[in-house]
Design a protein around this ligand. Structure first.
Ligand SMILES: [Zn+2]
Length: 91
């Protein structure tokens, strides 16, 4: 009996993409005020920002316990997460 489900989760956070942009591009100075490349793209062209993120995003499957919602990389761990201990179980 399965007591977990497989869910697809995003590997990278939005912060990761911000860092990526900020590392690969120069900050923009306007009237002596410095703007981060990630700020500029998000504010000036939110659609381009979304496209950038979704192009770079990767997804992975994780196993989610149906009882408590905890997520695991490994199906076995999810299987036993909230499983009651049953010492008399047969193979
Ligand atoms: Zn659980």
């Amino acid at each position: 009996m399965k007591n977990y489900k497989v869910v697809e989760v995003e590997v990278y956070s939005e912060e990761y993409f911000e860092d990526l942009l900020n590392d690969c591009n120069e900050s923009i100075s306007v009237a002596g005020i410095l703007f981060l490349p990630s700020q500029v793209l998000k504010k000036c062209d939110p659609i381009a920002w979304q496209v950038f993120c979704s192009d770079m995003q990767e997804y992975k499957d994780v196993y989610e316990c149906l009882e408590c919602g905890a997520q695991y990389e490994c199906a076995d761990e999810a299987e036993w997460c909230c499983a009651p201990e049953d010492e008399d179980s047969e193979d």
